[in-house]
Design a protein around this ligand. Structure first.
Ligand code: SF4
Length: 351
């Protein structure tokens, strides 16, 4: 069966649902990795994308309280915070001490009392003070939340954020695009269809988005494949996704601490299968914060052509026990990429 899949890939034929499920059941990791590396080289060449960026998490106070999240807090909980606009500008200003800083990535909790207008003010203030920075922000979950609390349509929400300076939408919040999984893990979040609708609407308005998959919790391999196929179908329709990112679930400090963390084997295989199934995605990211730097570097030979960015100060995943550093220097990222025999290319905050 693997030989048949190899023939399909070398013949440029699209993989089916059954092929994807077979690959997850197959333990020939290095052969699957080599196939993904072949596809990566064909689609992306030898450049590896990275960002000199900073992450801004405006608040960790969140009305959703997903079971897999170690970041969200109740309003009165220890460690809860909500930034002011000045605090957000100060954080970006600190990161802008690096003259190569080119992007800001904003994702936050669903604050129970903030209005949509308040989120727009953050974007406008950051864009006004740092007009050269590419502002990517808010997941599909946040955008749907803004629509719900404001009574505006998703399209109107996106138009207003774009007018304030938002240039791209972050890929998070997709988790697994299955309502079975979402009802069990994050019932207060938008549905799978709502998440896809945000992406579809953004693409129609000319706003690129990323897409992600959080795996390694209660989902089945068939649900992982189904998730990838939903993204592939939408990309066929719109062409608006820039980058796909696999997030392995980190259980520490979550309500699912009893679940064993994914292995490097699973992480590399999932990333490679994603590259093979998502034949219409331009970029596959190895997110070093979750994978760890050594695994992300190896992932560059398993289908990845993007290693994310310098980040400046990562919070969300360190709450869940991420053991990677909170930031990397640009020199470190370049070294990691070159050591893997590839060519570093800064995206100007766009990946
Ligand atoms: S994953 Fe996002 S929406 Fe869910 S609890 Fe955490 S911050 Fe809130």
């Amino acid at each position: 069966m693997l030989e048949r899949i190899e023939r399909k890939i070398f013949g440029g034929e699209r993989l089916t649902r059954e092929d994807g499920e077979f690959l997850f059941a197959c333990n020939e990791l290095t052969r699957i990795g080599a196939l993904a590396d072949h596809v990566r080289k064909k689609i992306c060449g030898d450049e590896v994308l990275y960002n000199v960026n900073c992450h801004v998490n405006l608040t960790n106070i969140c009305a959703a309280r997903c079971k897999f999240c170690a970041f969200g807090r109740g309003g009165g909980d220890r460690g809860s915070y909500a930034m002011t606009i000045d605090e957000a500008l100060k954080l970006v200003g600190e990161a802008a001490g690096n003259p190569n800083l080119s992007g800001v990535h904003i994702v936050s909790g669903l604050h129970p009392t903030w209005t949509f207008e308040h989120y727009v003010e953050f974007v406008a203030a950051i864009h006004e003070k740092f007009p050269a920075l590419h502002v990517k922000g808010f997941t599909g979950v946040e955008i749907q939340h803004f629509a719900t609390i404001s009574g505006l349509s998703v399209e109107e929400i996106l138009r207003r954020l774009k007018a304030a300076g938002l240039q791209a939408i972050a890929g998070g919040g997709a988790e697994i695009l299955s309502d079975r999984v979402r009802n069990e893990l994050c019932p207060k979040k938008c549905t799978a269809d709502e998440w896809l609708n945000v992406a579809r609407t953004a693409h129609r308005l000319g706003i690129p988005t990323n897409a992600s998959m959080l795996y390694g919790h209660i989902e089945t391999h068939a649900e992982r494949v189904d998730h990838l196929l939903k993204l592939r179908d939408l990309q066929d329709e719109t062409g608006g996704f820039r980058t796909f990112i696999c997030f392995p679930f980190l259980p520490k400090n979550t309500a699912l601490e009893h679940i064993r963390q994914t292995s490097m084997w699973d992480d590399l295989k999932t990333l490679a299968i994603s590259r093979l199934m998502l034949d219409n995605f331009p970029n596959i990211k190895a997110y070093w914060v979750m994978l760890t730097v050594p695994v992300a570097q190896v992932a560059l030979s398993f289908g990845a052509n993007d290693i994310d960015g310098t980040i400046h100060r990562e919070n969300i995943l360190h709450e869940a026990g991420a053991t990677s550093p909170r930031s990397l220097t640009e020199d470190e990222i370049i070294r990691i990429i070159r050591e893997a025999g590839r060519i570093p290319r800064s995206t100007g905050g766009r990946s």
